[in-house]
Design a protein around this ligand. Structure first.
Ligand SMILES: NC(=O)c1ccc[n+]([C@@H]2O[C@H](COP(=O)([O-])OP(=O)(O)OC[C@H]3O[C@@H](n4cnc5c(N)ncnc54)[C@H](OP(=O)(O)O)[C@@H]3O)[C@@H](O)[C@H]2O)c1
Ligand SMILES: *[C@@H]1O[C@H](CO)[C@@H](O)[C@H](O)[C@H]1NC(C)=O
Length: 270
């Protein structure tokens, strides 16, 4: 679903007074997940990346409501950072190294300049169980599990670092922002790093899967990310400092190992 619209109590409150309730009141919350999210696809078609990833049409539509009060929760990415140090903070300069990152920075700027009630979530790799209606894209932990379960050797980068975030923590963050807006009614302008508490390389992600599943770690061959041409530049270390989201919303993000255990448990045996 490209985005989620929550009309909180709208029908009940407005139907009695107005035969066209949807014209009167703006949605309380919109969670914008729509994107051209595959970096290689963005690199191949920068114009499409820009027009899909910058939510200008969405904000145009939200502006048509009389009381344009909607809280926009927008999914951004850790790829806004250059990737040359560890544990980026929100106030660090954004220097994307690819078209995907550039389009997401443009989106952040567009929202901050053109909307007054928003939370921008700079998400790292999201992992977790498959959804009830399976998503078409391959999921990161399930993909590693399927490769290693065949008993084949596979190559993993030892020098590309991320702070993968468990999907239910992303949901908790979105719920917390929503309840805050619904209960306080105070507009927000929030920029939050949304990562897990652990900085891990791709190889460490694979090792974690191997440990939990009981596969031999000798299947994991360490290679440098610089040895592979993926048709798009990929930032090396975009691990994030998540102090702000933890303190602002008082959440405790799931440790990587625990999240992987929960993910694999939900998948059953491969
Ligand atoms: N998944 C991750 O690990 C991750 C990490 C960091 C940031 N993010 C960000 O989180 C958000 C969601 O990611 P995702 O992994 O769920 O992405 P995804 O699987 O690529 O889904 C993107 C969604 O956008 C919709 N969409 C694409 N083009 C559209 C258009 N022109 N108009 C309306 N809808 C359109 C797609 O709808 P159809 O399927 O109908 O085409 C799809 O539902 C994105 O903003 C992404 O950049 C994701
Ligand atoms: C704000 O919106 C206007 C009109 O759509 C656009 O021209 C402008 O570039 C936007 N600002 C930013 C910083 O993106």
């Amino acid at each position: 679903m490209p985005f989620l619209v929550l009309w909180h109590f709208l029908l009940i409150c407005n139907l009695e007074q107005d035969s066209m309730p949807f014209r009167k009141r703006s949605p309380d919350v919109v969670v914008n997940c729509a994107a051209l999210s595959v970096p290689r696809a963005c690199e191949a078609d920068p114009a499409a990346a820009m027009s899909i990833n910058v939510p200008s049409t969405l904000l145009e539509w939200l502006s048509t409501f009389k009381e344009a009060n909607t809280l926009l929760i927008h999914l951004s990415t850790d790829q806004v950072y250059e990737g040359v140090k560890s544990f980026y903070k929100e106030e660090d300069e954004t220097i994307p190294v690819n078209v995907y990152g550039n389009s997401k920075v443009a989106a952040e700027q567009f929202i901050s300049m053109n909307w007054s009630n928003f939370a921008i979530l700079r998400s790292s790799i999201i992992f977790g169980p498959q959804t009830i209606s399976p998503v078409p894209k391959s999921l990161p932990i399930q993909w590693i599990d399927s490769v290693l379960s065949r008993g084949d050797k596979a190559e993993f980068f030892h020098d590309e670092f991320r702070c993968p975030v468990y999907v239910k923590d992303v949901v908790t963050i979105i719920q917390a922002l929503t309840s805050r807006w619904i209960s306080d009614g105070e507009r927000m302008q929030l920029l939050l790093n949304v990562g897990g508490p652990d900085r891990v390389s791709r190889a460490q992600m694979a090792e974690t899967v191997a440990h939990i599943r009981g596969y031999s770690t000798s299947l994991i061959t360490l290679v440098s990310a610089s040895s592979v041409d993926r048709g798009v530049r990929s930032p090396a270390d975009i691990s994030m400092d998540i102090t702000r989201v933890v303190q602002t919303l008082r959440i405790s993000p799931t440790p990587f190992k625990e999240g992987v255990r929960l993910t694999l448990e939900a998948e059953g045996s491969a």
